[in-house]
Design a protein around this ligand. Structure first.
Ligand code: IFM
Length: 469
């Protein structure tokens, strides 16, 4: 295990670089049926026996709907300048296509104004997976009509909040909604059809492009973009089979989204592989999808090692893995950013999620999570390395602000830099949060004081860490 003493402010980030923490509505809000909120596909999916590891649901979650003000104080206490959150579509428009819910809109208005009052830029995501269940009853994302409902939703949110929101993300991780939700059936809405999954991915991309055009036509002031979950793919061996499979997996995860967004076409090898399961595309769709964006968000957690025979075992000795069973592989982030920068004409990039689920080793007055601190520090270093090589990076956000509902894993996997005691809803800053706060404090300071004048950080986890180049 490589433990870095990581508060290394000699890392170079451009002035104005955005540092944040991220959450999503379903994972933290709770208040599942309060103040007129309609059910989402995740409310329904949680009721399916065996769907969620611990049998839990999002009914209460972190109770953020009621504790939002204290939670924003926590965000502010970290010294970040951005907070990435999502709007629950069924909270603001319960049926997805009917009346708007003023109480739901008021909630997000309070959050946005609360952030601005604390000097924090709101980064709003429209779709972090919780589609109104009423729209699912009409076919959900497999139905092209949902594309138009999404555009209406985007316009409504911009009309209400666009004057105060720094950035609007259309979709978070379309691959997850498509593949985990419609091909593997392990996420909501739980379908198992490759053809449906690919059609869903097309509709998500199309709705993204249509929303961008409609928002700009409405005069939207926010920066507009999408967030993709991407990983470098490495072959397990140099066999022709492993190399071919790796190329295909890269096509399905990265090129399937990046090519249409930045080149206006789906990758030919993946289309050939899909055959009859390829999506139905109408004339003009691809141009709409390729509408230029103001930023690209990348969520990075790990690399994938691909074996044609399916024999790669992440638990082999020598590999660091998180509680999710994901390999800790920070150099993959630099590799991915350089690749995206080199292969596509991308706008400025944000790492919109990065973090890990780890077992907390000890709790006394502090929550000791050295592995999480180490993970975050090494990935921040990987971002600095990409910047050094010329990648236009504008921000980095930790996933997640606090422990929360980790989808099919329920509450067992904790990603937060703030610990949540679900019995009492008490929040405690973990040592990783204290480290992040220290790091940001000194990052900010380096732009105002000379390197040699920089002080030393005394970190609760890391003892004294020398600063400066
Ligand atoms: O918790 C999720 C988040 O909602 C989307 N990206 C990955 C995270 C960790 O699994």
């Amino acid at each position: 295990m490589k433990l870095h003493p990581p508060a290394d402010v000699s890392l170079r980030f451009p002035p104005g670089f955005v540092w944040g923490v991220a959450t999503s509505a379903f994972q933290i809000e709770g208040a599942a049926i309060e103040d007129g909120k309609g059910p989402s596909i995740w409310d329904h999916f949680c009721q399916v026996p065996g769907a969620i590891a611990d049998g839990s649901d999002g009914d209460i979650a972190c109770d953020h709907y009621h504790r939002w003000s204290d939670d924003l104080d926590l965000v502010a206490s970290l010294g970040v300048n951005a907070y990435r959150f999502s709007v629950s579509w069924p909270r603001v428009r319960p049926d997805g296509d009917g009346a708007w819910n003023e109480k739901g809109l008021d909630f997000y208005e309070r959050v946005v104004d609360g952030l601005l009052a604390r000097g924090i830029q709101p980064y709003l995501t429209l779709n972090h997976w919780d589609l109104p269940a009423e729209l699912q009853a009409k076919g959900g994302w497999a139905n092209r009509d949902t594309v138009h409902r999404f555009v209406e939703y985007a316009l409504g949110m911009d009309a209400r909040l666009g004057d105060r929101v720094q950035a609007i993300t259309t979709h978070n991780e379309p691959w997850v909604m498509s593949v985990l939700g419609h091909k593997r059936g392990v996420f909501a809405p739980g379908h198992k059809s490759r053809a449906m999954a690919m059609q869903v991915s097309h509709h998500l991309l199309l709705s993204h492009g249509m929303a961008l055009n409609a928002l700009r036509a409405q005069g939207c002031k926010s920066k507009l973009g999408i967030v993709l979950n991407l990983s470098p793919m490495h072959p397990a061996t140099n066999s022709l089979e492993d190399l071919a499979k790796t190329e295909l997996e890269d096509g399905l995860l990265l090129r399937w989204y990046m090519d249409p967004l930045f080149k206006g076409q789906y990758p030919a090898d993946v289309l050939a592989h899909l055959g009859a399961d390829a999506p139905r595309v109408q004339a003009g769709d691809m141009d709409i999808i390729a509408t230029p964006m103001d930023f690209l968000g990348i969520n990075y957690y790990s690399r994938s090692v691909v074996s044609a025979a399916g024999i790669w075992d992440v638990h082999q000795s020598g590999l660091e893995i998180t509680e999710m069973g994901w390999e800790v592989y920070p150099e993959g982030l630099t590799e991915l950013l350089l690749r995206v920068h080199g292969d596509y004409a991308v706008p400025p990039i944000y790492v919109t999620e990065n973090g890990g689920a780890f077992k907390e080793e000890k709790r006394d007055a502090h929550v000791h999570d050295p592995l999480r601190t180490d993970y975050i520090a090494r990935h921040i270093t990987a971002v600095a390395e990409a910047i050094r090589h010329g990648v236009r990076m504008e921000g980095y956000m930790v996933w997640s602000l606090m422990d929360n509902f980790e989808w099919a894993s329920g509450y067992e996997k904790r990603f937060g830099i703030v610990h949540v005691d679900y019995a009492t809803q008490k929040r405690t800053l973990k040592n990783s949060a204290l480290w992040y706060r220290n790091f940001l404090h000194h990052q900010t300071a380096r732009h105002t004081i000379s390197d040699t004048a920089q002080p030393k950080i005394v970190d609760s986890e890391w003892n004294t860490v020398a600063l400066g180049a």
